[in-house]
Design a protein around this ligand. Structure first.
Ligand code: FDP
Length: 337
């Protein structure tokens, strides 16, 4: 049966905010600005194959990775879309070493925005899905200007988080702590329309996502867990299928809808100094908030991701995220290593 009501993301946000007496509309405005930035980035990503924009700029980001022009474009686009609205007091991006203050000519807002402007960007040249991830907090400090302290938080303090996946269609998925909702961009009218209301991740899946090329760098618990997933046992749905795009948002989005587990454990080449890859503030925390709101779990192997107190902007963590039962089983293996 055809749905009779079309719900745009704007309407959805406004209606949800109305449920909170005393809401000023500030937060609605913030998400509104973000969805506009997402539409503009989506347009650029979709024409990337046609435009000269493809290719390396020759620069490297703060992590020493090659930066593509689209990363820079998306980074600038989000900053420009968010700095003037009066909703934000400070920003931090995976592409910038330091915090991004709001220029003096614009009003200071009460929210903190952290984002990964274009995650999985090493895949762009091959036309593989990439994404934008965002995380929002309320300001904590009380001085004239917000500081880095406002960014160094626990994920459990987030007031909203979401991502945009630029795939076969563009989707925006977000939570404000009241379930997870997904919107698909209808390019003919330029609106995100509610397509996935109240997403729930199955309590266990049949998919695991990990870069198996790194097997030799894993801890023993992870090695044993992955070997366990490959054993044949129809009663527990094993063997699982491996699906790994190498683009976090796309891998996460698929597992959120179908069920499964995504793992990026630390590299134990030097067992005394395990080296994780993914960023706590721009990747792990926002996806953790979403997965928990959808009924799943996000863990570092030894604890809840959202309980980690950030101590630096570009802090990295192991990330094991997805269906509840799958992550719990992983934690058992990891604790026995
Ligand atoms: P990318 O370097 O292409 O931006 O966090 C970055 C990320 O991609 C994730 O999107 C992705 O899941 C992961 O790195 C892939 O890492 P590997 O290539 O080491 O598997």
């Amino acid at each position: 049966m055809q749905k009779s009501t079309v719900i745009t993301i704007q309407r959805h946000i406004v209606e949800k905010e109305r449920a909170f007496p005393g809401a000023t509309g500030d937060f609605t405005g913030l998400l509104w600005d973000l969805s506009l930035a997402a539409k503009i980035i989506s347009r650029e990503v979709n024409k990337a194959g046609l435009a000269e924009i493809l290719g390396l700029t020759g620069g490297v980001n703060v992590h020493g990775e090659a930066v593509k022009k689209l990363d820079i474009y998306a980074n600038e686009r989000i900053c420009k879309a968010m700095e003037h609205g009066g909703h934000i007091c400070i920003m931090a991006s995976e592409e910038d070493e330091d915090v991004i203050p709001i220029p003096d000519e614009f009003p200071q807002g009460k929210y903190v925005l952290m984002f990964d402007p274009l995650d999985g960007s090493s895949n762009i040249d091959a036309n593989v899905s990439v994404g934008t991830i965002f995380s929002i907090y309320r300001r904590k400090t009380t001085g004239k200007k917000a500081t880095v302290e406002d960014c160094l938080r626990k994920g459990s303090e987030q007031v909203a988080a979401g991502y945009i996946v630029y795939g076969s269609s563009t989707m925006m998925v977000y939570t404000t702590g009241h379930g997870v909702h997904g919107f698909t961009l209808d390019p003919s009218i330029g609106e995100f329309l509610l397509s996935h209301e109240n997403i729930r991740i199955p309590s266990n899946g049949k998919i695991y996502s990990i870069n198996e090329g790194n097997t030799n760098t894993w801890d023993e618990g992870t090695r044993k867990y992955i070997a366990y997933l490959k054993e044949s046992d129809p009663s527990t749905g094993r063997p699982y299928s491996l699906r790994y795009i190498g683009s976090l948002v796309a891998d996460f989005h698929r597992n959120l809808l179908y069920g499964g587990i995504f793992l990026y454990p630390a590299d134990y080449k030097d067992p005394k100094k395990p080296k994780p890859k993914l960023r706590l503030l721009y990747e792990a925390n926002p996806l953790a908030f979403i997965v928990e709101q959808a009924g799943g779990i996000a863990s570092s192997g030894s604890g809840r991701i959202m309980d980690i107190q950030a101590s630096e902007l570009h802090q990295k963590v192991p990330l094991i995220i997805g269906s509840r039962e799958d992550v719990l089983t992983y934690e058992k293996f990891f604790s026995q290593k």
